[in-house]
Design a protein around this ligand. Structure first.
Ligand SMILES: Cc1ncc(C[n+]2csc(CCOP(=O)(O)OP(=O)(O)O)c2C)c(N)n1
Ligand SMILES: [Mg+2]
Length: 282
């Protein structure tokens, strides 16, 4: 996909996730929006997958360790044809095909997550298994910055380094906030890029809302294969891409009434038009 196509895909993901969360009446919209650009790059270009055979043995894997951001993945998976778009309006209801947190029963979801801190360990297990079998696939894992307060994350970080899991690429969504407020008030973790480097990882900091930068950093991480796992710290904004949601200070898990859905969709439509104009289309 070209940068333009990925940007339009990210816009589509945002539109569908707002619609899905809105049809439930609310949800974890802030932490979904901050990773939409990443998800667009992963499913738009980087990852190998087959929507008709979600469990294809040769696929790349994605573990969304911050499982509450599942609606962002679901929107991308629906757009890529893993399941019908109509499923999105059943999000997080009794008996649904799409539980509120990432669930292995959903076509295209590789791990059930939601209890924060566990997903990186699952990703390590998958990556180690692939390495032992001499496979070339990659395992991607998305963690939250608040989630990195969890001790299990750091056990997994040590494990990945010890076993030279160079097929593991982890993203840390540095959106500065968690459920109880700003990270700096809940738990100071200091320089996370330096911490992962000290644990034996390749690490870098990029603008997590810049598709060209995300794309370049992932390609670099895929190519490097120097015996170390890679952590990419995404400097992001909670609620990114929709200003009326971004400006709500506590936008972790909020009510999303029809009026907010309408305002969000209008803004996303305006952004889509601007993208088309910028890239020279009517
Ligand atoms: C073990 C565990 N403790 C608490 C929670 C409740 N919880 C859900 S989301 C969240 C905050 C996560 O913050 P962060 O990782 O920064 O996510 P983001 O900002 O990307 O939404 C918490 C505490 C949980 N899901 N799992
Ligand atoms: Mg956060």
């Amino acid at each position: 996909m070209s940068i333009k196509e990925i940007e339009l895909f990210a816009n589509d993901i945002r539109r569908n996730l707002v619609w899905a969360i809105g049809s439930k009446g609310g949800g974890h919209i802030g932490g979904c929006l901050s990773i939409c650009d990443l998800i667009a790059v992963l499913y738009g270009e980087v990852m190998n997958y087959d929507p008709n055979t979600p469990n294809w043995q040769e696929r790349d894997y994605l573990v969304c360790s911050k499982g509450h951001a599942a609606p962002a993945l679901y929107a991308a998976l629906a757009l890529k044809g893993f399941f019908p778009m109509e499923w999105l309006k059943e999000l997080n209801r009794a008996g649904t095909n799409l539980p509120g947190h990432s669930d292995r029963k959903v076509p295209g979801i590789d791990a059930t997550t939601g209890s924060l801190g566990q997903g990186l360990s699952i990703a390590c297990g998958i990556a180690h298994g692939l390495k032992v079998q001499g496979k070339n696939q990659y395992v991607f894992c998305i963690t939250g910055d608040g989630e990195n307060d969890e001790g299990q994350i750091w056990e997994a970080a040590a494990y990945a380094s010890h076993y030279h899991l160079e097929n593991l690429i982890m993203f840390l969504d540095w959106n500065k906030k968690q459920i109880d407020g700003w990270n700096k008030e809940v738990m100071q973790l200091g320089d996370l890029a330096e911490k992962y480097r000290a644990f034996g990882w390749n690490s870098s900091v990029i603008n997590g809302q810049d598709i060209a930068e995300i794309r370049q950093s992932i390609h670099k991480a895929v190519d490097i294969r120097n015996g170390h796992p890679t952590m990419i710290l995404l400097d992001t904004v909670k609620g990114a891409g929709i200003s009326c949601i971004e400006k709500i200070e506590n936008n972790h898990c909020i009510g999303v009434p029809d009026s907010l859905v309408k305002e969000s969709l209008e803004e996303l439509e305006a952004i889509r038009m601007q993208l088309k104009i910028r890239y020279g289309e009517s």
